[in-house]
Design a protein around this ligand. Structure first.
Ligand SMILES: Nc1ncnc2c1ncn2[C@@H]1O[C@H](COP(=O)(O)OP(=O)(O)O)[C@@H](O)[C@H]1O
Ligand SMILES: [Mg+2]
Length: 269
């Protein structure tokens, strides 16, 4: 039996039905997403790859309730998402740290908002700062940090309250490869401990396969799901050794065959 439920046995936690998203300004309209249907069961780690500008961040913004689709419906746990979805933790592509708060004060903010006691808030904040390798930087301000460090603060701020769903938008993109491997492992650990559902955007196919239970390839605009492949590597998984499995190579080839023409059409558009 699989550790993680499939859509046959449990209802979807996140569901897109025939979603379209068109952005309009005064002079033109711009179709980012069209006819997107997608169902993500509770507990799944779902990775999304696609050419730049195809609507991946838009997808997450809709689950977080920051954007409403122009057509179709996004449902969360059976209900249409309207307004901010507080059950998800969102590691956004651009960090949105509060510049007047220190690193520690930024990370503890979600726990303060939830009214957690000071001792427990301090303990969890220190634990998560340590986890992302920022133990010595709690008193620094965001402006004093590199881009990669700010990204780690954003990640810590999401992990600290162990949300039911983690939306992650290229969270490891700016990190060096050693730290990236460590944090990938930590994310898999966290996920197996908490059974969080993860919707994870990456431009790195290898990362998508090493982490995901499933990989979706999005098409160039107007974007839809082009390929939807399960990752048949056992969980719990070691991100290092996953890359040497025959399944990894096979899947990489299949996914790249679908993705590369989309990337090229995006470049020439
Ligand atoms: N608020 C917005 N207003 C107008 N256009 C937008 C807005 N958000 C995104 N877009 C456009 O929609 C497309 C998809 O954006 P995005 O989801 O950020 O792509 P990705 O994350 O895949 O790179 C892009 O071409 C972007 O310029
Ligand atoms: Mg994006």
């Amino acid at each position: 039996m699989s550790d993680h439920p499939t859509s046959d046995r449990s209802p979807a936690l996140i569901e897109f039905s025939d979603v379209a998203m068109t952005f309009r300004d005064t002079t033109r309209s711009f179709r980012a997403i069209e006819g997107l249907s997608l169902s993500i069961p509770r507990g799944q780690f779902c990775c999304v790859v696609g050419p730049s500008g195809c609507g991946k961040s838009t997808l997450l913004n809709m689950v977080a309730g920051l954007l409403e689709p122009t057509r179709g419906e996004v449902r969360y746990d059976g209900r249409t998402v309207t307004g901010a979805n507080t059950r998800v933790g969102y590691v956004t592509q651009k960090d949105n740290l509060l510049p007047w708060r220190t690193v520690r004060a930024n990370v503890r903010l979600p726990l303060e908002v939830r009214g957690l006691g000071k001792a427990e808030t301090d303990r969890r904040t220190d634990e998560v700062l340590d986890l992302v390798g920022l133990a010595g930087f709690g008193d620094a301000y965001p402006r004093q940090l590199s881009g990669g460090m700010r990204k780690r603060v954003t990640l810590a701020r999401t992990l600290v309250y162990e949300p039911e769903v983690i939306l992650a938008d290229e969270p490891f993109g700016a990190l060096d490869s050693q730290l990236r491997t460590v944090l990938q492992g930590e994310l898999l650990d966290l996920r197996s401990r908490t059974d969080a559902t993860v919707l994870f955007i990456t431009h790195d196919l290898g990362e998508a396969i090493a982490l995901g239970d499933r990989v979706l390839v999005m098409s160039a605009r107007p974007s839809r799901v082009l390929l939807d492949e399960p990752v048949e590597l056992p969980q719990p998984r070691d991100v290092f050794s996953a890359r040497f499995a025959p399944e990894y190579a096979r899947l990489h080839e299949t996914l790249w065959a679908a993705l590369s023409p989309e990337v090229e059409s995006g470049v020439s558009a």
